[in-house]
Write a protein that binds this ligand. Structure first.
Ligand code: FAD
Ligand code: AMP
Length: 478
């Protein structure tokens, strides 16, 4: 016997649960299959993002930031709190409470929208049948007009640094340390390595980040990555570029890391080591060989621009498909797929997906970098404006960084926006909206920005695109 649905979604991360809710809102009979369960056997919704990704990492980033504010910055405001202490258990309890609240929220939303919840591991078979294997091994068959694969991703492990969930951990383990390590090594100076390194560095760990590449944050605009390297150095993060980790050895609760730095063999000792070398799509046993779904050489499910796989009626969204591994990218793919299943040819503008690093200051970007435009031979003009010249930033003591806007030299259309500084993510979001509407630098120049706000840096950067910033001397033109 099999249950029939209009749509079966496999995975309830930000891609899957948003897709399922949207399908249900559109009147489609929808089921979501989720294999993650808590120790009591209850399903856990929200995937990596809510449980071991975006949300818990931001909770700890916020707590650790507040700690550094109290320790290093309150006195400048005339506030004397003495030397603040750290209660790691309290910090973790707060983080866990936020996670529980949000994952519970997703559960309620799925139920409220009438989505059927099926607990177990889903596998797509031929003919859009989904076999679900429960924790006790019991199998159920679901049949669907449309199946959406949204099984997400998992941390990449590397042979020189196998995780042991004690001394050497992945990003999930780094969210549950029970004390601040004195010496912390991080393999990979990418987004996750920087965020987790920042959490524990702020709380007092000496942090060393090993990065195999010779460029820091190569996907960011070079002007931004240079400023970021400067700021992180000032914060005490020891970022070693050109440093490939080749081995580890764990003894008596500490780990010796061997690495080659610019070709030279070196070693360093740490109390904890975080492996943050990227994530890979989770596709093991997700579909049978006759399901008609194909993968690229890196294991990403092959989809077209609209997230349709090569099997009719089978879609794939989120971290298991090409593009940046970001929660909001997966969610919007979920919405697009739901609309398409319902018959509306909605299209996602991949040029306007923002990316953010939640360090302090934040780093955010949308669209093209200067180096990309140079490589593509596109004629552009760029303007940037420093927070040091923004009244609100000065009042908050947040003067590191800048906003940069890049526009097409001929049409003036905004092609990219990059920021490092206070509220960078929210400021870049303003440019996401502008770019979605095909806005130009002049459009932004002629808008009214509230004063005093951090947003004024966006206004001034747009003016600087044409050498017309008001609150700084502009480079002489011509
Ligand atoms: P996932 O969130 O991985 O969810 C997949 C779900 O599918 C899981 O619940 C899993 O149990 C379930 N599943 C898998 N296989 C099956 C199966 N066969 N049957 C049933 N269920 C299955 N992104 C951001 O945008 N912003 C951030 O700030 C951010 N911070 C991050 C911090 C960390 C430490 C990490 C690790 C990631 C972070 N990310 C962030 C990335 C973000 O978490 C992912 O891009 C996002 O979770 C991907 O969503 P998804 O729905 O594709 O997959
Ligand atoms: P991200 O893809 O943003 O999560 O970043 C992961 C980073 O880890 C990349 O910049 C890789 O270059 C880096 N990396 C991968 N393997 C190693 C290694 N063995 N030693 C040092 N860095 C590594």
């Amino acid at each position: 016997m099999s249950d029939s649905y209009d749509v079966v979604v496999i995975g309830s991360g930000p891609a899957g649960y948003v897709c399922a809710i949207k399908c249900a809102q559109l009147g489609l009979n929808t089921a979501v299959v989720e294999s993650w369960s808590d120790p009591k056997g209850k399903p856990v919704f929200g995937g990596t993002c809510l449980n071991v990704g975006c949300i818990p990492s931001k909770a700890l980033l916020d707590s650790s930031h507040k700690f550094t504010e109290a320790r290093d910055h309150f006195s400048a405001h005339g506030i004397d709190v003495g030397a603040p202490g750290i209660d790691i258990a309290g910090m973790m309890k707060r983080k866990d409470k936020i996670v529980t609240q949000l994952t519970g929220g997703v559960s309620s939303l799925l139920q409220h929208n009438g989505v059927t919840i099926v607990q177990g591991k889903g596998k797509l078979l031929s003919g859009r049948n989904v076999e679900v294997t429960a924790a006790d091994g019991k199998k159920t068959l679901l049949s669907a007009t449309n199946v959406v694969l949204a099984s997400g991703s998992e941390p990449v492990s590397i042979p020189p640094a196998p995780t042991d969930d004690a001394v050497i951990v992945d990003s999930t383990g780094a969210l549950t340390f029970d004390e601040v390590p004195k010496r912390l090594g991080v393999i990979g100076a990418g987004v996750i390595g920087l965020e987790l390194g920042s959490v524990w560095g702020r709380l007092g760990a000496e942090v060393v980040l090993f990065e195999a590449l010779d460029t820091f944050l190569p996907m960011m605009d070079t002007q931004v990555s240079k400023e970021a390297a400067k700021v992180f150095k000032k914060q005490g993060l020891d970022i070693r570029l050109n440093s490939l980790v080749t081995g580890t050895s764990v003894k008596k609760g500490s780990v010796t890391v061997t690495y080659t730095e610019k070709g030279e063999e070196k070693s360093a000792e740490f109390d904890r080591l975080i492996v943050a070398v990227g994530r890979r799509p989770r596709t093991k046993d997700l579909f049978s060989s006759d399901a008609g779904v194909t993968m690229d050489e890196r294991g990403f499910v092959f989809v077209n621009d609209y997230c349709a796989t090569e099997a009719p009626g089978v879609w794939a969204i989120g971290d298991i498909v090409r593009g940046p591994m970001l929660a909001h990218k997966g969610s919007e793919e979920g919405v697009m797929v739901a609309e398409r299943i319902h018959g509306k040819p909605v299209q996602l503008n991949y040029e306007c997906v923002p990316s953010i690093i939640y360090t302090h200051p934040e780093i955010a970007a949308v669209g093209k970098t200067e180096q990309e435009l140079k490589a593509e031979g596109i004629d552009y003009k760029a303007g940037s404006f420093p927070f040091a010249a923004i009244g609100r930033a000065l009042a908050s003591g947040e003067t590191d960084g800048f906003v940069k806007i890049i526009a097409d030299a001929k049409t003036d259309r905004i092609l990219g926006a990059h920021a490092i500084g206070p509220s960078a993510a929210d400021l870049v979001q303003q440019m996401v909206i502008t770019m979605e509407f095909g806005g130009s630098a002049e459009d932004v120049q002629l808008m009214v920005f509230g004063h005093p706000t951090m947003s004024e840096a966006v206004h001034e950067a747009a003016l600087a695109v044409d050498g017309m910033a008001i609150h700084m001397p502009n480079r002489k033109r011509g």
